[in-house]
Design a protein around this ligand. Structure first.
Ligand code: PXL
Length: 285
């Protein structure tokens, strides 16, 4: 009887390349969740293109927050992602603090494949841990997990014991739930691993290796995860839902042979987010 859940999404909007808000809005909307975008920057194309036009919206965020407070707006979830400046960390902290009832999700977007994104300064990366510390849920990929822990990016495969230790160490920084994506486990495939501190439970979703990493895959994963959790999923079911949809859209994209910068081709599959399906492909980690 309360209508759709409402998420404030603090991310950039990039004109081409399918990532951040151009993925988050359709995915969460398809899952019956209302997205209220709080853009951190407008880019002609995501940073993976190398050349792009960018307008930093650092001043916009506190002004929008002040407006929402005057209106008495409420959100069920605040979800932050790609940031354009280290001052935006302070603005996100204010945003999260202003809606204490909301689920706090931080995707600590900083890099992929062992490298940080072009616009991410060492200062911005260093401050990302302040946001992770106040979150309920964080969803780093393996590169971002390494940066948050001050570890080197692991080359080659990693074992389950090491991932359990990384999950616990990340959770000790604050968040009750930690999910790490794009993990090449020694047991095979590219896996998603998760930890729920309250239950002391570790989860793994096994995934197939696809030899290209499309932009927007992380935004897709976290959006479906949030849609699942707001809809009442347990953590392993939400991880299963998010990993299965992301994997299937990655395989759709791969079949067309498009360039990775074109991003994850989700449009043909969007309708499937509304379909009921059995989700039992998780195991203990
Ligand atoms: O998907 C992460 C992301 C979001 N926004 C911008 C990016 C990237 C990754 O490259 O460049 C602008």
């Amino acid at each position: 009887m309360t209508g759709p859940k409402k998420v404030a999404a603090i991310h950039d909007i990039s004109g081409i390349g399918r990532c951040s808000l151009t993925v988050i809005i359709p995915v969460l909307s398809a899952m019956g969740v209302q997205v209220c975008p709080v853009p951190t920057a407008v880019l002609s194309a995501h940073t993976g293109y190398g050349e792009f036009v960018m307008r930093d919206l650092t001043d916009y965020i506190p002004a929008a927050l002040a407006h929402y407070k005057r209106l008495g707006t409420d959100f069920d979830c605040i979800y932050s992602g790609f940031l354009a400046s280290s001052e935006q960390i302070d603005h996100c902290l204010d945003f999260f603090a202003s809606f204490p009832q909301a689920l706090k999700v931080v995707d600590p977007v900083m890099g992929d494949n062992g490298k940080s994104y072009q616009t991410y300064t060492p200062q911005l990366c260093a401050r990302m841990s302040e946001l992770a510390a106040i979150a309920d849920i964080i969803t780093p990929n393996l590169t971002e997990a390494a940066i948050l822990l001050g570890e080197d990016f692991p080359e080659g495969t990693v074992d389950s014991a090491m991932m359990r230790s990384w999950l616990v160490r990340l959770s000790q920084k604050g968040p009750e739930i930690v999910v790490i994506t794009s993990v090449p486990l020694t047991s095979g495939g590219i896996c998603t691993v998760g930890y729920d501190r309250r239950r002391n439970s570790f989860w793994k979703i096994a995934g197939e290796y696809v030899p290209i990493s499309y932009s927007g895959s992380g935004d897709m994963f976290t959006s479906v995860l949030i849609g699942g959790i707001l809809g009442g999923d347990s953590l392993p079911i939400a991880m299963n839902r998010a990993a299965a949809f992301t994997q299937s859209t990655i395989k759709t994209t791969y079949s067309y042979g498009t360039h990775w910068t074109d991003g994850i081709m989700f449009e043909p599959q969007l309708y499937r987010l509304r379909a009921d399906r059995e989700l039992s492909d998780y195991t203990n980690l």
